[in-house]
Design a protein around this ligand. Structure first.
Ligand code: GLY
Length: 319
């Protein structure tokens, strides 16, 4: 019999910065939802992280657009926000959408209006470092006498054509946090600035419940980082939880959800770093998988002084 674990936090490598706060909340008897959101907020505030929150690499227009979602495994309540500009904590906005509206997801201007109406404070999300990277890529890509903004679509497509050359952390940075609290409840929170140089309004898997985030106390939870378009097409986070529901072990559920991606015909899917999943079963056991042989994830229980970094199960995208 696998043992049951309460008071545990698991996440993508970059989520470690938020673990001290999440563990403190759990030790104080706080909920999984509270702890997961607090951990993700810390990543959103981490200016060194150029894939999440403030400091994220902007879209093709040079604007930072943020996506986030949260799911409460007790009730399957969920909240999500997409293409949100000017507000540094999309995970809090997602939570407020979950708690205060009859909706699951708000995007763009409507999401901004919602954030403003609910008293969230706007901020400049574009750091000088992120702007410098954006300028280097944009100006390096298209040497022309004309203003580089003249034909944004062509510029976007030229950036997309050579996306494999760009740093993956710039392209795919996202954070995942799954928590099981002392009461045995599970929550999952995800936040990202999405694909660097993305087309304005592009949403990946992070704000899509079932694609980048799914949590159900009865079976477990999963969350993704990587090429969101693939996780959307395979409903990857939900697949892991569904496989758990059908009796797969945690590792087999992860492996099967990764193998499902092989059916996709995706010309952008050659890179090692294309998909990563972290997961937890209903008893609080954790694992993670990646198409990269070197990827890791982080885990901490309330009994541990600090987090532990562990290797992910390697499931290559191609046979
Ligand atoms: N997985 C994050 C994204 O595709 O935006």
């Amino acid at each position: 019999m696998p043992k049951e674990i309460r008071g545990i936090v698991v996440g993508s490598r970059n989520a470690a910065v938020g673990f001290p706060r999440a563990i403190e909340i759990l030790r104080g008897g706080g909920s999984a939802l509270e702890a997961a959101i607090a951990a993700v907020k810390a990543v959103e505030d981490d200016l060194c992280d150029q894939g999440v929150g403030t400091g994220g690499i902007p879209n093709i227009l040079g604007e930072v657009e943020l996506d986030a979602s949260v799911m409460d495994g007790r009730t399957l309540a969920a909240g999500a926000v997409g293409a949100l500009k000017h507000y540094p904590h999309p995970i809090e906005v997602a939570r407020r959408i979950m708690e205060c509206t009859p909706h699951v997801m708000l995007v763009g201007e409507g999401a901004e209006l919602f954030a403003r109406t609910h008293g969230f404070q706007p901020a400049n999300l574009l750091t000088p470092e992120a702007e410098a990277i954006w300028r280097a890529v944009i100006h390096g890509e298209r040497r022309t006498e004309h203003n580089v903004y003249e034909d944004r679509y062509q510029l976007y497509m030229s950036v997309v054509q050579r996306w494999r050359e760009l740093l993956h952390r710039e392209l795919f940075g996202t954070t995942n946090v799954i928590v099981r609290d002392l009461a045995g409840n599970i929550a999952c929170a995800v936040s990202t600035s999405g694909w660097g140089f993305k087309w304005p309004g592009r949403l990946g898997d992070s704000p899509i419940i079932g694609a980048g985030n799914y949590a159900d106390n009865r079976y477990g939870a999963a969350a993704c980082t990587g090429r969101g378009e693939m996780a959307i097409r395979c409903a990857t986070a939900h697949s892991v939880v569904m496989y758990l529901r059908f009796g797969f072990t945690l590792e087999d559920a992860l492996r099967q959800a990764m193998l499902d991606l092989r059916a996709l015909d995706d010309p952008y899917a050659e890179a090692d770093t294309v998909m990563n999943i972290v997961a937890m079963d209903r008893d609080g056991n954790v694992s993670a998988a990646s198409t990269s042989p070197e990827a890791t994830y982080v885990v901490q229980t309330i009994d541990m002084e600090t987090y532990e970094e562990r290797p992910r199960l390697h499931v290559p995208l191609r046979e």
